[in-house]
Ligand binder design. Sequence first.
Ligand SMILES: [Zn+2]
Length: 406
Amino acid sequence: MIDLGQAGDADQAGDTGALSLPLLPTTVVGSHGIPGWLHVARGAVTRGEFGPADLEELYADATKLAIDDQERAGIDVLSDGEMRRLHFVQGFYGRLHGLEPLPVARKLGSPGYDMVPQFRAVERITLRAPDDVDDARLSRAEGLGIAEEFTFARTLTSRPLKVTSPGPLMFALQIAPDGGPYEDRFEIAEDLAKIVNTELHRAVDAGARIVQLDDPSFSFHRSGSDAVFTPAAAAPDEGRGPGGHGGREGEPEAPPAAELARLYNLAVAGLRERGVKLLLHLCFGNFHARPRTARSYRTLFPGVLDARCDQFVLEFSGREMAEADLWRELEIDRELGAGVVDIKSFYPETPEQVAVRIRRLLESVAVEKLWLNPDCGFNHSARWVCAAKLNALVQGARIVRQEVTS
Ligand SMILES: [Zn+2]
């Protein structure tokens, strides 16, 4: 069993005390499969057919289902399913002051990263007061609302809960500095890191002890460049060197991974001192199950080890276990949360297929350092596929757990 220790404030908030987890703990990355009726209801909300009490009931019901699905599957560390969020990071922009929407590059055809809403910063970015939030789909909450998500989920389960937040670069990726008070996107990310940090401390006040930042943009961010939004920039990053340097010819260089880690550290400042376990999810994008870039972590390591996280949460299954040897190769002693089900595929893996992946990872990672999760969130997966994959994840973990302990 793994003892995660105590967080002082967690006990005051009535949390369940020390967390005891089995070997090879299972968890999720964050978002759960969205129920069909929630898609329908969101349309009705947008048309003004819901009052605040209706909205709260809607999101409460969806969260109960997400937690129930995870508990039934037997997941060890749950999330709230991110049911109150809109398309991962999108809903959070409605809680920020200082942004102006930009025209969307493309509205027709197959889903792509050029369809995602973009903004420009016209003033320094701050949080809106709850009464100033005018997107009817967003629940009333202070700050980013993440602490409130945790507080509600805490009432629904006695299992350990993971708090997830988009990382500062993920937020900044959709905010252009054009003509505003910021020099570049990294300066924007610094302000956002402070906003995220404040929110995470609120979540810890409410009892959270496991915090994960999601920064898929770590793998494709380019310094100060709008090129990330152009068709050219969505092409594979061939030619990028170690540490994330070197875009294609004529593009600004991507910053060293260590600089990206610095922003992570700003966003989680002071959390470890409060007894919080820190995770960092890095992936290659999952918009409508499409990755955004060439899928290799080699451009990020070892520089990204400067991020003061206890665990990296990475995707492997959708890449047919490519780079499963990374931990041994680079002698990394941090925990690895490894993706052992592929959220981009439509078929549910069998438990034995999952077990094969876990055994492959154990050739490189010490068993006590390995956690098991899906490659990424399930918000672009059918809910039944999500539930089936969570089952396979838990059953596959049980097979290997038995092998290594017998
Ligand atoms: Zn992801």
